[in-house]
Design a protein around this ligand. Sequence first.
Ligand code: G6P
Length: 613
Amino acid sequence: MCGIVGYIGTKKASPILVNGLKRLEYRGYDSAGISTMEKDEISLMKDMGRVKNLEELPGINDLEGTIGIAHTRWATHGKPSKENSHPHMDNSKTFSVVHNGIIENYESLREKLKSEGYTFYSDTDTENIPNLIHYYYQKLENEKGIERFLKAVRNACLDLKGSFAIEVICKDFPDNMIVVRKDSPLVIGKADGENYLSSDIPAILSFTRTFYLLDDLDFAVLSRDNVKFYDSDLNPIEKEVKSIEWDAVGADKNGYEDYMLKEIYEQATSTRETVGTRFQGAKTSFDELDFTKEYLSSLTRIYIVACGTAMHAGLAGKIAIEKLSKIPTEVDIASEFRYRDPLVDEKTLCIFLTQSGETADTIAALKLSKAKGAKTLAISNVIGSSITREADLSIYTHAGPEIAVASTKAYTSQVVLMNVLAIHMAEVLENNDQTYLDSLKKDILELPEKVEETLKISESLKDFARKVYQEKDVFYLGRGVDYAIATEGCLKLKEISYIHSESYAGGELKHGTIALIEKGITVIGVLTDKDLIKKSVSNLQEVITRGAKTLIITNQDFDTSAFDVVLTIPETNTFISPVLAVIPLQLFAYYVAKEKGLDVDKPRNLAKSVTVE
Ligand code: G6P
């Protein structure tokens, strides 16, 4: 779980690399390092801790090299330490490598290399890679020129099992760099006389807007003004250049104290972007999809598969998709789905929800579904992300770059897009009242304005956060779609404030959780589904009787005198109420974390993108 950057050009590489790493810190931040090509050797500087520590290392500003690779780490194999930080070099110091991913067969490779006389100085899986490259490089001594370097990298990669995005520099080729990826992200930014590399596009968006996207086991040989591509057999291949229209400012904090706060406040814009022009015609348009009435009618089941917040968006999306398409729809956690031999065949549509498009379990679940014959649809926020290149079909949330580890605007955009998709399916199937669908479309189009209103209303929760921030446990309650919302609100608090929190379906309360309710405990109730409000109110009465203090998020008019704090948000269709009702919960979690003085953008032990299992 890491971020990698690279540069090859005419400018000093080290400041470019350090700045790139800072933008990738959301991917990992327990250690960082860089290697640059200096006069007749490869430099190596690395340290534990944030990129800031690396930036302050003595001598880093003296590096003159114009080619370099860099890495910010989130430990998987081997504890955070200087030795385990990247880059890693081979024993002869001919190669330096940064790697994002996991080498599953690292133990057997290490044994093999040890028996060949190699010594290991770290506990990482990565240290195998430069040594393996060196091993093949020695064997290829009769090869001439860059071919030798390329073949050595390729042979080494064919021995690796697992996922990797790798950048390699070699002392013998001071004007080149070789990169390759498999199941881990890596993009190449093309500029005039220079090339940039990164795990994601925003980190290098201020340098270039034109990118090459690598497919699995594509090898790229970079020089300052050229990039040559090869397939896994090392046949030359052509790659299309993609232009990115994102605004570089869009990836910055824009005056907000934290990325998370900025992203929470961006939700009016992001949800508007998600809908885009899809509702402009009489019927919802999804040119990217090929859903016919015949195909949708043939489906026996839809699976929505995802991790974390995206899975919670799936819980909300399921309700709209199942109700409107009338096709049984299930939500599954990707890491469970992939190992339970799910009943998936050509009559199943599998939808994979993922902000980053890089989550290892979600990608693996997609590959499995594809192998079983299902049609696969990826819903991602990142254009050209790994999952979108594996899926049969892809649609994008267009929420803009999300930097804070805790997901906010991606969630609301996912909920919106699944509702738009549900309407599309219903229109293709012609099995719903079009007037009802049109009224839902109208409600979706009114969301941005209501998001603005909800943001303003929710600011009053700062006071409640001040009362709660020192507590040990907080409980969330809801029924139906409100349970889905409660579950996401609960995760937000847990992730960034480190307060233990649990969400539960109102009806489950008496089956265990109520045993934990005692005087003074905070219970947050979400009550937006008018058909279920009475039931939820009686659940809340049960906790009030036991001394709980309550915060209610609702959009309905009913007797709320029993509750301590009531936040009334704008009313909307129940299918899309998560988009509004989650906002006070996001802000509440944010205020609590700030009250505790925590780093909300980079919560401990968490990473933005979980690219390993
Ligand atoms: C990590 C992030 C979460 C995110 C989850 C799924 O755990 O910290 O915020 O919801 O991964 O990520 P994805 O990119 O697949 O939506």
